[in-house]
Ligand binder design. Sequence first.
Ligand SMILES: C[S@@+](CC[C@H](N)C(=O)[O-])C[C@H]1O[C@@H](n2cnc3c(N)ncnc32)[C@H](O)[C@@H]1O
Ligand code: SF4
Length: 385
Amino acid sequence: MSEDWENGGFGFYIHWPFCAAKCPYCDFNSHVRNNIDQKQWLRSYLSEINRVSKNTSNRSLNSVFFGGGTPSLIEPWVISDILNEIQKYWKTKDIFEVTLEANPGSVDAKNFEAYRSAGVNRISMGIQSLNEKDLKALGRTHTVKEALSAFEIAQQIFTAVSFDLIYARQNQNLMKWEKELSKALDLGANHMSLYQLTIEQGTAFGDRYNRGLLKGLPSDDMSAELYDITSNLCEDRGFSAYEVSNYAQKGFESVHNLVYWRYGDYIGIGPGAHGRLTVDGKKYATETFLSPEEWLTRVEHRGSGESCVTELSTEQQAAEMVMMGLRLDEGVNCKRFETLSGSYFSENKLTFLKSMQLIEQKEENVIATLSGRKVLNSVLAELLN
Ligand SMILES: C[S@@+](CC[C@H](N)C(=O)[O-])C[C@H]1O[C@@H](n2cnc3c(N)ncnc32)[C@H](O)[C@@H]1O
Ligand code: SF4
């Protein structure tokens, strides 16, 4: 059996569902709790690692990703025990990426050193903005100064460091963003995730928006212009836009996220974690219980935090593969699409999308252009229809 699932690789995602405070824009599965028994959480993660090892332990892992929530709230010894356990069941690739998401408000140098000793080799930090007023508007509990100092600590300890910024914020014009992004580029990260603010239903921002109280958001045209200057500025400074919202210096692309976008296999454990796993030639989507308390109870009393396993049809797999692949600058490989779906992209549609300058074709790959990336859903619908 091949180890690199249809050439997409193999990753392991661990969800930590807690944060010190809930940000008003965020609809990630993150919760604020006063008392978290880390020993109890560790026991449950270890039990889940044992459960999911059953079908896949003959493979080699490309990556482990501690996502959240705020995984920098996890005690380093918990991270260490989890990584040791994972390495009991799976071999790891020579390039083995272990990322931990960190919130600048919950960083101390001592923990970062201990994370590195535990096996973490990449930090992804949620800086979000370099503008004090906007950080407050985003409901962040850290200042710009704290974010910069936390990032400096990360840089001293880790070779691979990334940060997240949110743009297309309230009252943000092109000039202000260009200035802020230039400053961010000066920080010397080797990877950046630059997300346009999305107003998610069910969040505090969603409620404010519905009541007409979230003023000054950019129009669609303005958002498109903000996207263009972001990509151009990053390219000028040596960061390739290797994915719609992700920019990296050569060699620092996120191994773990590439597994998702190349439609590889990944295990997901922890509350609300998703997975995609091929077993005996069939690909399954896995889901886990969202509520931290329910997930814990299920793992402790029933031996599994999994809430749902669905076999994906070849059509569903093909759609997912194209949806993910079009986000990448390398695009979707036509051969893989054909193998998976048993059909071809229509020549007429490819010609039409090329004439609209929404895609280009390089060797065996179909790639969304910068214009195509801005209307990805329409490109996808046209290709798959
Ligand atoms: C799990 S969080 C990152 C780690 C950590 N919890 C933090 O906030 O610093 C993942 C990232 O998603 C982005 N994000 C979350 N909600 C968003 C939204 N509504 N619009 C745009 N980006 C968002 C933020 O940049 C955030 O850093
Ligand atoms: S953005 Fe990060 S810190 Fe804020 S609620 Fe979401 S996961 Fe937690």
